[in-house]
Design a protein around this ligand. Sequence first.
Ligand code: ADP
Ligand code: ADP
Length: 228
Amino acid sequence: RPLVVMTNVSKSFSSGTLALSDMSLTVAGGEFVSLLGPSGCGKSTALRIISGLGDVTTGSIDWPSSRINAKGLPEGDISFVFQEPTLMPWQTVFGNVYLPLRLRGVSKAQASDEIMAALETVGLKDFAKAYPRELSGGMKMRVSIARALVTKPKLLLMDEPFAALDEITRQKLNDDVLRLWRETGITVIFVTHSVFESAYLSNRIVVMKARPGRVHADFPLETSLERG
Ligand code: ADP
Ligand code: ADP
């Protein structure tokens, strides 16, 4: 069963902007999808709807593989990584990665192994006791990725996560995300306006167009990524 099924979704804001028009998208488990398109074509809006954070004006969004809670939203299967790492400065790296588990009522002692495993995945096991101000921009982003992974999501949504970083750091992080995808079996939807990034990372590119935002092309890559 697919992870996400978006059917004929349109989204208009109260400002009158039609951000998405009749968008349909099905994402299967294990895919690495890039949502590619110019600024303003509705990529972030689509990703918010896929995450359950944003509602649709018409059409529907379903998560056929997830447990659905009383609010009609998927329970715990989806994590989001934004361009801003948004770490809490008064908490250590460990404390920041603990947050999503703390919100679920998991004790620090119970969470400890999961937190260290997530930090190991992003190469920051030795920085558990550091504070965000001691870290480079790329390292902060990796903490944010560890925080997204600590709940063991099926689906990782990334909204232009590395756009604010320098090229070299960005390329390193792209390689980290690829390795993560290969090693964990996670499904990724990666928003970008970079053709290079979409071709480098994904095994399916969904191209969007603006005014109104919609899917313009959807194609698998011939040189599809291989897992393990
Ligand atoms: P992208 O991520 O591709 O840059 P967005 O999804 O952010 O595009 O935005 C799509 C369109 O919807 C743009 O015209 C944007 O200005 C508009 N938009 C996005 N969020 C809001 C909002 N909360 N209120 C009004 N208009 C919005
Ligand atoms: P990023 O590319 O993630 O921003 P850099 O590789 O530029 O980070 O590293 C910034 C500083 O932090 C450098 O001094 C680097 O040696 C150190 N550093 C980064 N990651 C690690 C790590 N996993 N272990 C030890 N030191 C690290």
